[in-house]
Each structure stands twice: as C-alpha cells, then as structure tokens.
Design a protein around this ligand. Structure first.
Ligand SMILES: [Zn+2]
Ligand SMILES: [Zn+2]
Length: 280
C-alpha cells in the first residue's frame, strides 16, 4: 500500500516537546483526571479494567508491529484486558488479532480508524470494513448500521485530519444532530501538544459525551500509554460503559524517545516492505 502523507507523517508535523519534570502524572490528561498512581491505589477502582482503544498494526501503512508481536507485548508488559485494533481504513489486522487473542488472555475489539472527509474517526465493534473518504455523517450511519460505535480520533490534533477542526462541537448537539457519535477520544497519547487533549476533554464535557483514551500506538513501546478505564473486564462491559458514560480516559504521552524509536522502526519497516512487497 502506498503511503498517505497525512497518515504516515502526522506524528512529525508538530514541534518536539520534552517530558517535563514531575513524572508520568505530569502527562495525565482526561476529562475527569485522577493521577495514575493514585488511581492504581484507589480501592474504588479495583473492579475496573483498562483498555487501549487506538492501536495500529503493520497492516496500517505507518504501523511497525505485527499482530502477534502486539498481543505478546500487551500480555507480557501491560495491564490491559481489552484492546481495539484500529488500523487505517482496513480491518484485516483486527480480525486476525481477534481470532488469536484468546491464547494471550486478551480480548480484541475489531475497529478501524476510518478517514472521513472531515477527519479521522475510530469505529469500534464493527465486522465489515468501512468505505474511506466519505462524509462523516455517512460513515457514522454505516458504522451504526452494523452495530458499531463512533468516536472522533484526536479531534483537535494539530495538522492531523481531525473532526474537531470541522465544527465537531456544533455538529453533535441535540438528538437529531448531524453527527450522532458515541464518545470522543479525549486522551490520545501520540499527540505532541497536551493542550489538544485538554481541548477535546473540554468539548466532551460541553457535549456531555464520554471520553475515551488510547495510545495511537504505531510501535510496541507505546502500547497502553493511553487507555480507557471501565467497570468490568470484558469488551462487552466496555461497550456498555461507553454507552452509559461510565469510562475514564487517561495515560501519558509518547516521550521524545518513543518518537525517535518509532522513526527508526518505521524506516526499517518501509525498507522491508520494498524488499518484500507481499508484506502486509
Ligand atoms: Zn489519526
Ligand atoms: Zn491512529
């Protein structure tokens, strides 16, 4: 697949931001923020689980990790119970992940980060791939027709195709609104500017919309950096929690080191794709 510049280089079009003093809590951004360490020790949350709702495999043109590598890494290095595989404009990697996830003790939601005319949108709990580059209103209807959920991705990301830049805050108001979405991605770990997540969380509050979190991982070390907490343990529990608004988004943003490592892995992956065109 040929690279699409906006997808392949979206993460590069922003200035470098170093990790500030204050540790991972300095990066906690959500619509209802609780510091990560405090949350881990909070007995109220002991029956809650974590899900990363925004992960790319190497089926995405800019992803670097295979499905198996992702499942192995998540099982060995994170406390995620559920992940959503959301490759750009395709679901074959997600279907493969769901098929083999059981042996890793993980549940996989089949998803897609679909490119709409007005920006990227996460479609979760789908079974059929979505036609890209359609108006968002049509894509939302297509997702709902197959029982899926619609979540604008990084809605205020700088120089990333994003629905927040096309009047998200106006088009989701009221029962007969133009964009009847189900939640908003209020924490995207891959964004360089923390204020873009703060803005998304503010709009989610304004619209009384649940806020989801995800890593937007394109390589292994960033898996789980962004997450959605929900009561229960299964994908079905998570779906119910999104519908009822009982979720919390949080995490920490990619560091400079994560970005440098990603560039290295991406360059290696592109070289392999050229040498082995059949690689997905
Ligand atoms: Zn995106
Ligand atoms: Zn993404």
């Amino acid at each position: 697949m040929r690279l699409v510049p906006n997808q392949a280089f979206a993460w590069m079009n922003v200035p470098i931001r170093l990790r500030p003093a204050g540790g991972e809590n300095a990066f906690c951004v959500s619509n209802r923020v609780t510091p990560v360490r405090q949350r881990r020790n909070d007995p109220v949350n002991t029956s809650w689980s974590k899900a990363d709702l925004h992960i790319h495999t190497n089926y995405s043109s800019d992803g670097t990790a295979s499905v198996i590598d992702i499942l192995e890494y998540v099982a060995a290095n994170t406390d995620l119970r559920v992940i959503a595989v959301t490759d750009h404009d395709r679901i074959d990697g997600a279907l493969e992940a769901r098929q083999i996830a059981g042996s890793y003790g993980i549940e996989v939601i089949v998803g897609e980060e679909v490119s709409t005319v007005e920006g990227h949108m996460l479609a979760l709990f789908i079974e059929e791939p979505l036609l890209p580059h359609c108006p968002a209103a049509e894509t939302i209807a297509a997702v709902h027709a197959q029982g899926g959920l619609c979540i604008p991705a990084h809605p205020y990301g700088w120089r990333v195709p994003s629905m927040g830049q096309t009047r998200l805050h106006e088009r989701c108001v009221g029962p007969d609104c133009e964009w009847p979405i189900d939640a908003i991605e209020t924490f995207n770990a891959g964004l360089w500017l923390a204020r873009n997540n703060v803005q998304a969380a503010a709009v989610a509050r304004q619209l009384n919309m649940p806020g989801c979190g995800g890593s937007d991982s394109h390589h292994l070390p960033t898996l789980g950096l962004g997450y959605t907490q929900f009561p229960g343990t299964t994908a079905a529990d998570l779906r119910a929690a999104i519908k009822s608004g009982q979720i919390q988004a949080g995490g920490m943003q990619w560091t400079l080191g994560h970005n440098v490592e990603f560039i290295k892995r991406w360059l290696v992956g592109q070289t392999q794709r050229v040498l082995r065109p059949s690689t997905p």
